[in-house]
Design a protein around this ligand. Sequence first.
Ligand SMILES: Cc1cc2nc3c(=O)[nH]c(=O)nc-3n(C[C@H](O)[C@H](O)[C@H](O)COP(=O)(O)OP(=O)(O)OC[C@H]3O[C@@H](n4cnc5c(N)ncnc54)[C@H](O)[C@@H]3O)c2cc1C
Length: 500
Amino acid sequence: MNHATANHSTANRYDVVVAGAGISGLVDAILMAETGRRVVVFEQHLIPGGYLQQFKRKKTKFDVGFHYMGSTAPGHPMRQFLEHLDVWRRLDVIALPADRAIEVREGDRVFGYPTTWERFREKCHTTWPHQRDVIDRVIQECDELCAEFKWFALRKGPDYQNPLDMKHAPMSFEQYMEPFVEDDWLRRVLSFMTFNLGLYAAEIPWVKHFLAFRSNFDETSRISGGGGALVDALVERGRELGVEYQFRNGIERLECDGRQVEYAEAADGTRVSADTYIAACHPKVVMEWISDDQLKPMYKDRIRNLKDSRGAVQLFLRLSEPIESIGDACVMIHDPAEASRDLPLSTLLVTQPSAVEGDGPARLEAMTYMHQAPFDAWLGTRVLKRGEGYERVKRELADRMIGIISKMAPELSSRIVDVYTATPLTDEHYTRNTRGSVFGISHELDQQGMNRPMPRMRIRNLFFTGHSITMPGICGTFINAFDTCDLIRGDSVLFDRVSV
Ligand SMILES: Cc1cc2nc3c(=O)[nH]c(=O)nc-3n(C[C@H](O)[C@H](O)[C@H](O)COP(=O)(O)OP(=O)(O)OC[C@H]3O[C@@H](n4cnc5c(N)ncnc54)[C@H](O)[C@@H]3O)c2cc1C
């Protein structure tokens, strides 16, 4: 007898099973439940949030994967999505400083990105008066590109083409700039934010950079309470709509019959069947749930062989007093002296949530990217049981990061009260993103266009979403959730509701 048929009758029945309670899974659950569908979310960890979870040390909360949120202006994607989800009104959104929401520092050179796109253009004109044509061309081409992407433009009616298909111009942002952006500092200012996808300008598809770059402007903001506040609001909304959440109970197996999932089996042995299954976790994890006779090894290998994005090393400091020179901006420090060493991007993103939110103990959070290889020695070891060698590597990394920040803020070391660090192994443990990849599957050039992972896969009622698909980051993850659910709901009603 077919294994699937034999157990089918014993499975609990839902309309939708979501695997993963990161922000993508939480948004999917709401979008499916708001249609009256019965939804259950399974999460392997004991709390929701994935990379947006927080941890607490000595009564101080730190954010893992949240520094700032891009544009929240009316009509822009995040605002439209949050309002549709009935989550916007639950958040206290704080605008970052108008003239330096994000500030980049490289040696003596400093550039503060203003919060509005128009002001950015004006500031570029003032800074590079002889490059006005170049600046206007970049701004215009970025605007044209964004207008082509349905989930960014959010305009009813036009016949959109998806620029991420990259049929006509598969080039990196470096290649895009090569023929006409000559000024070195202007090139750096246009490409610094490729950091936000963990890639160099030579690696990132120009279309992806433009979408991500533009999403930083117009009411660049932070949420009071950090990523945890967004997660709490999403869970609260889901509960109102009847979503069931099961924590510490990850999905471990999918039983398929032909090209259809019959039921999902969770870690505690529970079996659940549904019309639709949404995998809101790393796609490589999903490949482990399906046996080779149910999904061709060739397809699985294609997913498994995709390169993951880089891992992160993170520094969390409790301070006796805030650092004035960092203030309430998001500061990106590029230290050329580190470029030849093993922090691949040699840039640090530094924030002081306490300075933005104006309450809580003074704290500073910083991150950079890291090759995963130095941590291979501890693969398979358990969290908190990795031994002195691992702790030493973490201390060395923390010292290096503190050293980089101290070059712009010499007072830092005298104000440190406590130091905590996280590595790609920490992130992998809590989220199961393969090797702690910050954005899941890498968004680099040769994995884009038709090679990128898509929401629809070979199994008809199983869908991918989350930051490996389409766009990464908070805004990207929301876009993917809306895109996947629009596809499942199948009537474009969702798009019509969020468009303006
Ligand atoms: C250090 C760092 C800093 C960042 N800073 C920013 C920022 O400032 N702004 C921004 O926009 N973005 C930022 N990001 C990116 C952003 O946090 C992520 O892109 C986003 O949170 C990804 O959400 P997700 O739901 O797609 O994936 P995840 O957060 O990875 O969620 C996946 C979930 O699936 C669960 N799961 C895994 N396996 C199973 C299983 N078998 N069964 C059930 N559940 C399972 C995991 O436990 C996890 O909860 C940052 C990321 C990092 C790591």
